[in-house]
Design a protein around this ligand. Sequence first.
Ligand SMILES: [Fe+2]
Length: 228
Amino acid sequence: MDEVGKKTAESTEALALLAQAYDDTIQVLGSALDLKDGKSAGHCQRVTAYTISIARTVPVPPQYLEVLARAAFLHDIGKMAIPDKILLKPGPLDDSEKQIMRTHCEIGYNVLTRVPFLREAADIVLAHHEFFDGAGYPRGLRGEQIPLGARIISIANALDAMLSDCPYRSALPMSHGREEIRCCAGTQFDPKIVEVFLTIPEKHWVELRENLDAPYRLSYYLKTLRMA
Ligand SMILES: [Fe+2]
């Protein structure tokens, strides 16, 4: 290899190591939320895996997949700042508690947007509770005003919430989850992405849920995305 080729290889390797160091840091941040909110342990890993499955079927460009994986992993990071009595309340939230809980989108955005590497992911995190018909929060964006990544994550997030036990109800069956998402096409969710989601067979989600790597490592997951 000539001198230029050697230098290029060294730079590529250094950049890969740097990206891995960033992703290891993101992994620690996401895991910290799991420690605080033990009941939803594994939620950010599952939402990341579901998001990538949907995004690949859409499909989105490979570089955007990486942005999306980081955004999905960190989508609820703002919940770190929500008081435990609200975050861990064993029942439905009242109106004032809901208002406080809803601030997790802006809090997450404000934390992530300070990191240039995560700026695009921050925009997605801010919008992950927007509704396609404009009835979501925090800004009431509608349709394609909502970043594509946020429109994908909102489906992945709802699917995992329905398939998981929560403080006031048991997990719902997969068929119910898919039907609920189909019913909310055009209101909560982007109908075109729901159409894509419904082409993915039920058994894919069941297998994905059962086979998520333990311990899950975001940097490893991203490496497999780059190699795919
Ligand atoms: Fe959220």
